[in-house]
Design a protein around this ligand. Structure first.
Ligand code: ADP
Ligand code: MG
Length: 273
């Protein structure tokens, strides 16, 4: 946890006093239904300030749906119950304009496919400027700030890239830009859903270390979602194991790797390379 960040957030005048242990994210009893199919079944998750929680599980176990509920991107009638608290405040039921304070600003999202984060018809510079405008008028030094953000994700000669379109860049480059874009507002929480799964194996490690460094620099908390257990040890403080819509184990990374309680976790570990 980053004490400076905690102090900064606690000063927010509009944050309600609350004596429950809140952390940056606290999900309780979340259920999600698509039609008559329940795909998330009473999920509890907790992330403290500045911590990284890895949410792991096989494809189809409900990880992405859980993540979408934290950024308000599920159809309202799909959320069957439970609470999603960010910094102590309930997010379920917020309306569109209330969401503007959170999604893309206090909560940043990086998805598996950078083309869902980046807009194909806008230049890289325009996308950063559009994001910056969420917080008010464009700052005079915006160009320098964009270059610094791109520099922060190990992009060489970033100024050269500002007028490019996403399709002119490689997948790894696009994902690094998506990470830089996530950092524009110095978020309290980053949600990274399979951020390297769509990339060539050779660039996966580069993108992982870029993400880890960018997060460390800002001290943001992160919900890191992956089906790949081999990515978890290097980045996570806590691990939640999801299976068929339920969290079957939620503990610190050493416990999950060396003293897993649940038989399903043991079977996942046995399969991991
Ligand atoms: P994961 O990210 O762990 O691979 P998902 O959260 O994407 O899994 O999906 C969990 C389950 O919910 C799957 O059975 C999937 O088919 C179903 N699902 C996801 N999104 C939708 C949707 N929009 N409509 C209907 N079913 C969905
Ligand atoms: Mg998924």
């Amino acid at each position: 946890a980053n004490p400076l960040r905690t102090a900064r957030r606690r000063r927010d005048a509009d944050t309600p006093p609350d004596d429950t242990p809140r952390g940056v994210l606290d999900v309780r009893g979340l259920t999600v239904d698509f039609g008559d199919q329940r795909v998330v079944k009473g999920v509890d998750l907790h992330i403290d300030d500045g911590e990284v929680l890895a949410l792991v599980g096989e494809s189809g176990s409900g990880k992405s749906v859980t993540a979408l509920s934290v950024v308000g991107l599920l159809p309202p009638d799909a959320v069957g119950g439970g609470s999603v608290r960010f910094d102590g405040r309930e997010l379920t039921g917020l309306n569109f304009s209330q969401w503007r304070e959170y999604r893309g600003r206090r909560i940043a999202v990086i998805l598996q496919d950078p083309s869902t984060t980046l807009n194909p018809v806008l230049t890289i510079a325009t996308q950063f400027k559009d994001s910056m405008r969420l917080a008010g008028p464009l700052p005079a030094d915006h160009r320098d700030r964009i270059v610094a953000l791109l520099d922060g994700v190990a992009i060489k000669d970033p100024a050269r890239l500002l007028d490019s379109y996403p399709h002119q860049l490689s997948g790894g480059m696009r994902q690094r830009i998506a990470i830089a874009l996530a950092m524009v507002h110095d978020p309290d929480l980053i949600i990274a859903d399979e951020p390297t799964t769509a990339l060539d194996v050779t660039v996966q490690a580069q993108v992982m270390s870029t993400l880890a460094l960018a997060r460390e620099r800002t001290g943001a908390a992160m919900l890191f979602i992956t089906h790949d257990l081999s990515l978890v040890a290097g980045i996570a403080d806590q691990v939640a194991v999801m299976r068929a819509g339920e969290v079957v184990e939620h503990a610190d990374v050493d416990t999950v790797f060396y003293r897993p309680r649940h038989e399903y976790t043991r079977s996942l570990l046995a399969l991991a390379p």
